[in-house]
Design a protein around this ligand. Structure first.
Ligand code: 13P
Ligand code: SF4
Length: 394
């Protein structure tokens, strides 16, 4: 594998230490992904997997609560007690104080948030530790601290409120709590940013530049020029003190590689292919894609919109493929297609498959807690302030 040091980068640009990690059998506890998954997994071809998952879940009864994110595979979603977006799943985790085990079918930052929001005697289990999020990896704690130093040097840090997307590590949520900020998800980013502007003069939005830009410009009416892009791989983020002073929103240079695939050409292509199609995209898509679309919203908004859509209507959806396929199956009276012609699942969401779920549940039945996700108490305390702030947004 090429090491970051071997890369021929332009002057002033530093390589990220995380971007080249492979999924699967690696070990890097600082990363959202690439952590080894121990244990002998049942074979994916084992015909008894569904029955085994059911039997293990029945044996655990009320002791276990299974949460499933909308982007999870159908084979896993069928065992979820609750399905939802990351906001609803955080709420649900907090509302289950009696469950001994929370099995989180989602990705690592969601499981960390569940651990922060649940009691110390409750164990949060992530069936595959390699289920991280490449976007969350794009902001490390040290990089965010460096950014704060740059804001301090520019003389603006006192008026900056951090708004961190749920898709970030617990350490960054802790940073956010320590600096009086809030967490947000794609379903409440507008309210989170409004709240932050009531409290301060500027917002530092971490790590998804697209959600931050789409919210600032399309929901709050700011201009593109009010936003600057902080590049963690450049000295001072690649910005001057004057740019920090003039900006209203400082966007972190991170993005989702799944939603980043959609572009204006994919929107033009689907409109030509399906006359009258409605294009509905997630706000993690690029600004120009959102502008070219008819509607934009969180996974929850996408689901509600399709539930309410007229029979016979046509929809091209720009979000993760597991959800789009499920929606197409649930609405046979509507034409629902994936916005891109190329198949693209979120590879880390897809790490949680039926063999991993069966393995995790059977371990719990046997009295072992596998793949427990825990957040160090001091980090958890500050992260909880930022998560509680989100949960109490008006
Ligand atoms: P939601 O906040 O809509 O659940 O999305 C989470 C996510 O990872 C989107 O890529
Ligand atoms: Fe992360 Fe994108 Fe996957 Fe969501 S879809 S978990 S943001 S990589």
């Amino acid at each position: 594998m090429t090491s970051p040091a071997d890369l021929d980068l332009p002057e002033g640009v530093e390589a990220t230490p995380l971007a080249l990690l492979l999924l699967g059998r690696q070990s890097d506890p600082d990363s959202e992904r690439g952590v080894e998954c121990p244990g002998d997994l049942p074979a994916a071809s084992d015909p008894s997997l569904v029955a085994r998952a059911r039997a293990a879940k029945d044996a655990l009864g009320e002791r276990v609560f299974v949460l499933g994110h909308h982007y999870q595979r159908d084979e896993v979603i069928q065992f979820a007690d609750v399905t939802g977006d990351s906001f609803k799943l955080a709420q649900q985790a907090a509302a289950r104080p009696d469950a001994e085990f929370i099995v989180f079918c989602g990705v690592h930052f969601m499981a960390e948030s569940a651990d922060i929001l649940t009691g110390p005697e409750q164990a949060v289990v992530l069936p595959d530790l390699a289920a991280g999020c490449s976007m969350a990896d794009m902001a490390t704690f040290d990089q965010v601290e460096q950014c704060w130093d740059a804001l301090t040097d520019a003389g603006v840090a006192d008026g900056v409120i951090p708004v961190s997307y749920m898709n970030s590590s617990a350490a960054i949520k802790g940073f956010t709590g320590r600096h009086g900020g809030t967490i947000c998800t794609s379903s409440n980013a507008k309210r989170a940013m409004e709240w932050a502007f009531d409290k301060g003069e500027k917002v530092l939005f971490i790590p998804d530049q697209h959600l931050g830009r789409n919210t600032a410009v399309l929901e709050l009416g700011l201009s593109l020029d009010d936003c600057v892009l902080y590049n963690p791989h450049k000295p001072n983020g690649g910005l001057t003190a004057e740019q920090y002073r003039a900006a209203k929103v400082i966007l972190w240079k991170g993005h989702c590689s799944v939603h980043g695939r959609f572009n204006e050409a994919t929107v033009t292509e689907v409109r030509a292919r399906i006359p009258g199609v409605n294009v509905l995209v997630h706000p993690e898509c690029k600004h120009e894609v959102v502008l070219a679309a008819d509607l934009v919203g969180s996974t929850d908004f996408i689901i509600r919109t399709l539930d309410a859509a007229e029979p016979g209507s046509a929809w091209a959806i720009g979000t993760e493929l597991n959800l789009v396929k499920r929606l197409a199956k649930q609405h046979p009276d509507k034409q629902i297609v994936f916005l891109d012609k190329t198949v693209c699942f979120c590879s880390t969401m897809n790490r949680i498959d039926l063999p991993h779920l069966v393995w995790a549940l059977e371990q719990l039945v046997a009295g072992t807690v596998p793949n427990r996700i825990t957040v160090e108490p001091e980090t958890a305390r500050h992260a909880r302030q930022a998560l509680d702030q989100m949960l109490s947004l008006p």
